[in-house]
Design a protein around this ligand. Structure first.
Ligand SMILES: [Zn+2]
Ligand SMILES: [Zn+2]
Length: 251
């Protein structure tokens, strides 16, 4: 009785409302099931998507489809798996989370990532067993950008996801160089722009006996950020055998 009263009071003082329709949520999630269904999830509808970058594409189903963008590229990670298709709805949510300081959306975005992990057998093999060989690593922000934003969006998501999957969370990477926004640059320019931007916390490589890394970011666009991080991890942490990238959105 007392607990129910306390919960009712909490709902009045700090109500958890669906981010889309405003309905009061009893399960503490900021997105109701109905509104969640409006977000198009990659791989949910049996559509083809690129086995390397997750880009959905139309065409006859094949075992291991590779899109035209990935055909000539060599990545340092095994593959990148995005949870959501690029839509205005998904872009707006990621934008509100990052730029309007809506930190509470981290849980919603982490839920989308977890769903992608759960339906993708390739990632299941990375997280298989007791998870002791795997770590979850967020793409870092430069401290100046993090100070302005108040948080690192990838880290908020990766922390929640690590807890849900029971995998160690590790802030393995640092962003040493402040880079200008990459949105208008093509892939080759982005890669050049990111050269030397990241470094590794070597003691974490030495202290931990992990072989698999799940790298987390909010958006995968050209893959240049993921590539810069993955190639650095491969170079500096000799024990790492494979890296997969998980992002909320395929930009
Ligand atoms: Zn709703
Ligand atoms: Zn691709």
């Amino acid at each position: 009785m007392k607990l129910r009263l306390l919960n009712s009071l909490k709902d009045i003082i700090y109500p958890v409302l669906c981010n889309q329709c405003g309905e009061l949520q009893q399960d503490g999630r900021y997105l109701c099931d109905l509104c969640s269904a409006d977000f198009k999830k990659i791989g949910d509808d049996g559509e083809n998507f690129c086995a390397r970058c997750s880009e959905p594409y139309e065409g006859a189903f094949s075992e291991n489809p590779i899109c035209v963008n990935c055909a000539g590229l060599d990545y340092s990670f095994e593959f990148a798996r995005s949870a959501l298709k690029n839509s205005e709805l998904a872009r707006t949510m990621v934008h509100d989370f990052k730029y309007k300081k809506q930190r509470h959306l981290a849980g919603v975005l982490a839920d989308f990532c977890r769903h992608a992990v759960e339906i993708d057998e390739r990632i299941q093999s990375v997280t298989a067993g007791d998870g002791s060989e795997s770590v979850i690593v967020p793409v870092p922000l430069h401290w100046r950008r993090q100070l302005c934003r108040g948080f690192n969006q990838a880290e908020l998501i990766s922390t929640i996801l690590a807890g849900q999957l029971g995998i160690t969370h590790l802030n393995l990477l640092k962003r040493d160089r402040y880079t200008s926004t990459q949105t208008k640059l093509v892939r080759s320019e982005r890669l050049k722009n990111l050269k030397g931007a990241f470094s590794i916390r070597r003691r974490f490589c030495q202290m931990n006996d992990f072989k698999k890394v799940i790298l987390i970011d909010d958006v995968f666009t050209t893959g240049s950020t993921s590539e810069a991080c993955a190639s650095l991890i491969k170079k500096e942490c000799s024990k790492v055998e494979n890296i997969v990238v998980v992002t909320v959105l395929r930009g």
